[in-house]
Design a protein around this ligand. Sequence first.
Ligand code: FAD
Length: 450
Amino acid sequence: MSRAVDVVVIGAGIAGVSAAYELAVRHEVDRVVLIDPRPPLTLTSDKSTECYRNWWPNRPMVDLMSTSIDLLERMAAESGNVFGLNRRGYLFVTADEERFRRMVEDAHHTSTLGAGPVRFHPGPIPYRSSPHEGFAGAPEGVDILVGGDVVVDHFPYITHAAVGALHVRRAGWFSAQQLGAWMLEQARSHGLELVVDEVVGIESGGGAVGPVHLAGNGLIEAPIVVNAAGPMAGPVAALAGIDLPLYSELHLKVACRDHLGVVPRDSPMVIWSDPQRLDWDDEERAALSENGRDDLLGELPVFCHGRPEGGADSPYLLGLWEYHGVVEEPLWPLPQDPLYPEVVLRGLTTMVPGLSAYRERLPQTTVDGGYYTKTRENRPLIGPTALSGFHILAGLSGFGVMVAAGAADLLARHVVGAELPDYAGAFLLARYDDPDYLSAISGPLSSGQL
Ligand SMILES: Cc1cc2nc3c(=O)[nH]c(=O)nc-3n(C[C@H](O)[C@H](O)[C@H](O)COP(=O)(O)OP(=O)(O)OC[C@H]3O[C@@H](n4cnc5c(N)ncnc54)[C@H](O)[C@@H]3O)c2cc1C
């Protein structure tokens, strides 16, 4: 069976769903088809920590993310905030004076990129805590808490070893599942069609994209095809003869029942910004060594982080720490690490000493995760390619949930020929045609992003 539509979107993760929503609802494109063999949002997009921040170290990312957060706030207002967008912020904590000095320096730089003002505490402007729910009236920019006493004053569950903390304010979390479901419902009421199938071929001829072949033997023809296939974006682009500079990193996440209520339900996301060594006792060290886990005995990387999950009555705490550094072709079921819950809880205990209550007996935990599919310089790929009509919305790394709205807005502008923002060029695949750009991003792969 063969048929023609206006736009085909491949992949119903948060990227594809957001693109379909932008095209069908905001730009009123008539016949948009979203193709995925899996139920929407079930590969990577429901495994995320679902956090967002406008705090990025370069201009295009601050601009793109700010647009995305503007759109998230607009959708929250339109939907009665069905997806629970909050603005609790990210709290970056350190016990290292020199690191704190650099964090403050970086904060000034990020502020000059348009991410909001810097306020010091103690200082002339009183510190304001975050609203528990929603985002109305919450401050922007960053609050810098100078000295362990000030940190503990505002966040009594954080270690007295802290020497300072940065509370990034245009940041928080939301339910990506609920947002995706709401966008799908809106888009379907504007004519979006969901096709449960896998794209196994993409024709190209005369420099333009041709019909898309489905595993179910059908063909769909469209002048525009959007590749939003997440971890499979590379292989899907290869079907059309396009090479994408993407690689994938495994990231896990643990949900723990914090039944003792150690981390307050109104906490921001808390992030330990120092490398650390875990305090295994001699017996544990010997057992780890015997079991080939010497990787856990030395210094482990920065950014062990966590946040409460669910409402005031929920006991859940999410914890993440990427100490594996595994770069690989995406593979399911995901590689397991049976020690992940214990390692993350011990790492978090350095920042939140009350979690030592779980040292002897781990709480109930569940681990899941997925892949950060990313470019070398950790900027997404958004927009047209050299093959006319073939667009990319991929490389969303560890920020796909927060950037999807802004990325889909940019993608849809390319597709319908609407006015493009200044930052559009920074996300095109064609940036890699520039030798100066290539040499600027050469060197080791960037990692360690939350
Ligand atoms: C542990 C973890 C924590 C994270 N935390 C955060 C966070 O706090 N904030 C944040 O913003 N981001 C976070 N992320 C990142 C975020 O989850 C991803 O960037 C995002 O979900 C990627 O969305 P996607 O739509 O590109 O990919 P996916 O959700 O993987 O969707 C891709 C879809 O494409 C489909 N597909 C693939 N091939 C084909 C084909 N041939 N035909 C048809 N369909 C196809 C797949 O079936 C899949 O449904 C986290 C990720 C992980 C793993």
